[in-house]
Every structure is written in structure tokens, then in C-alpha cells.
Design a protein around this ligand. Structure first.
Ligand SMILES: Nc1ncnc2c1ncn2[C@@H]1O[C@H](COP(=O)(O)OP(=O)(O)OP(=O)(O)O)[C@@H](O)[C@H]1O
Ligand SMILES: [Mg+2]
Length: 254
């Protein structure tokens, strides 16, 4: 199916502030060992994500959502095309530069919370700063600040298993925020949670969105997507649709 042109790409690309992310003709092809094409996971995607947007990525299994998230999150490189993150081209960076950009600009939240069970919640949240060489006292201050943002400062010294599922996911969000990223990316962040707990996570995201953070979330749930500002749907590695979500309409008077 051919990609329908994004109605936003032209209008927003004309603005002055750099977009949080801008993809031009982005392709990801997986090859067989003999060099022939195995899968065209993304077929030349054009997408502009303005700073501060809260966007849901949807699409059937195998449509390319995780591939797109991996590229946006600098975990992987495109086969062809251009990716500008916060105004800077990233497709040409070498591995070290790519992981530095990832550490500085991107926060990840996964479906499985991926907390280290032997460490306290505060120690888990400090980990990204350890990789950035931030000093001990500053790490502790910033972990505490991050945990305050997600309402978990009273659980800092607990181990992950002493927390509920929703609290563990909030700790994972605090860990994603501690590096003060430009973009928070979440792949099915409520997939392992019951609906009440999932709602609390969405409220946390909405508070972060209100503070101006750019949020990109993969979800299969229409009710969750309806709370985002924008819903991008992939089909077979192409853009199938790009429309406003209920979140933007609700804020139309803002
Ligand atoms: N490392 C890989 N090697 C080969 N093919 C891959 C690889 N990763 C993904 N693919 C293929 O690329 C396509 C897109 O996969 P992707 O994981 O992005 O889908 P998805 O939309 O995230 O699906 P789901 O909803 O099941 O998570 C699929 O056809 C998949 O089989
Ligand atoms: Mg996936």
C-alpha cells in the first residue's frame, strides 16, 4: 500500500523551531545472509514530530512500530533516508556518537519495566546518570527529583518487588526522565498493567506532556490512543493514517 502523504509534514516543517524528530524517506530493510531482501520493515517514512507533541503509534503486529521506535530512539540505524533528532542529523553518526546522543536526548519506557531487582528504586533511577559520569551527590539529587515527579519519592529505598506493577512502571518512567531527555519513548507502557493502574500511568504521561515533554508511545489500545494529541498508524512499513487524537481536541481552547 503506498504511503499517504502526511498532512502535517509540509506545514510543520515550515516552522522555525527544530522539530523533536523529523524523518525523511526513512527506510529499514532486513536482509538475508545471502544479501537478498528479507523484510522491508519501513518503506520510506516521512514524519515530523514537533516539540512537545504527545503522539501514539499504532498498527497491526509486524507493521513496523518497534522498528520505528528503535530508529527514533537511536538504538538502530536506517537503511536509507534522513533522521533529524532535535535539529541534528543522526543517520551519519558513528556508534559512540549514536549512544551518546541516545543517552542525552532519549528516555525509554518498556512494557516490561526492566528494573534491577537487587537495587533500590533510587539506585535503579540513578543508572543512566552513572553511564553519563554524573557525580554521586548529583545522581542522588536528580533521582530523588525524578521520583518526586512520578509521585514515588516515598518509595525510594524499596526494592522493585516491594512495589505494585504501576509503581514499578512509574519508577521506570523516573529512570527514563532522570537524564532530562528531549523525547520520552514508550513501547506498550501499560501492556502489563490492569486498566486502573494503566490509567494512572497515562495520567503521569499527561502531566509530563503538560510540562512540555515530547512523548511517543506505541499502543494497541484505541482508548489510550484517543487520549493522545495525534495518532499515526502504520501498515506494512508505510504510513496508513495520521490524524488528531482526542487529546488535542480536548485542549483546543488552550
Ligand atoms: N531483526 C530483524 N530481522 C528481520 N526481520 C525483522 C527484524 N525485526 C523485525 N523484523 C520484521 O520487520 C517487520 C516489522 O517488525 P516490528 O517489530 O517493527 O513490528 P511491530 O509493528 O512492532 O509488531 P508488534 O506489534 O508485533 O510488536 C516484521 O515483518 C518483522 O518480522
Ligand atoms: Mg513491536
Amino acid at each position: 500500500m503506498p504511503a499517504s502523504p502526511s498532512p502535517r509534514a509540509s506545514t510543520i516543517a515550515g516552522g522555525t523551531a527544530p522539530a523533536a524528530a523529523r524523518l525523511i524517506g526513512l527506510k529499514k530493510t532486513y536482509f538475508k545472509p545471502d544479501g537478498s531482501v528479507l523484510v522491508e520493515a519501513l518503506r520510506g517514512l516521512d514524519l515530523v514530530i514537533p516539540r512537545g507533541e504527545y503522539i501514539a503509534i499504532m498498527g497491526a503486529s509486524g507493521s513496523g512500530k518497534s522498528t520505528l521506535m528503535n530508529l527514533l530512539g537511536c538504538l538502530d540505524r536506517p537503511t536509507a533516508g534522513r533522521y533529524e533528532l532535535d535539529g541534528a542529523a543522526v543517520e551519519s553518526l558513528d556508534d559512540d556518537e549514536l549512544s551518546r546522543v541516545r543517552g542525552q536526548k532519549i528516555g525509554f519506557v518498556f512494557q516490561a519495566f526492566n528494573l534491577i531487582s537487587e537495587l533500590s528504586i533510587a539506585e535503579n533511577v540513578e543508572i543512566p546518570l552513572l553511564y553519563q559520569g554524573v557525580s554521586g551527590p548529583e545522581r542522588r539529587d536528580r533521582a530523588a527529583e525524578s521520583l518526586r515527579i512520578v509521585g514515588l519519592d516515598n518509595r525510594m529505598h524499596h526494592r522493585p518487588r516491594e512495589l505494585s506493577g504501576g509503581q514499578q512502571q512509574r519508577a521506570a518512567i523516573a529512570r527514563a526522565l532522570v537524564g532530562r531527555p528531549a523525547i520520552l519513548m514508550a513501547d506498550e507502557p501499560t501492556g502489563n498493567l490492569d486498566s486502573t493502574t494503566g490509567k494512572q500511568i497515562l495520567e503521569t504521561f499527561e502531566e509530563l506532556h503538560a510540562k512540555g515533554l515530547t512523548l511517543i508511545m506505541v499502543t494497541h489500545d484505541d482508548r489510550i490512543a484517543a487520549r493522545c494529541e495525534r495518532v499515526v498508524r502504520l501498515a506494512d512499513g508505510d504510513l496508513e493514517s495520521d490524524r488528531d487524537g482526542g487529546g488535542r481536541m480536548a485542549r483546543a481552547d488552550a
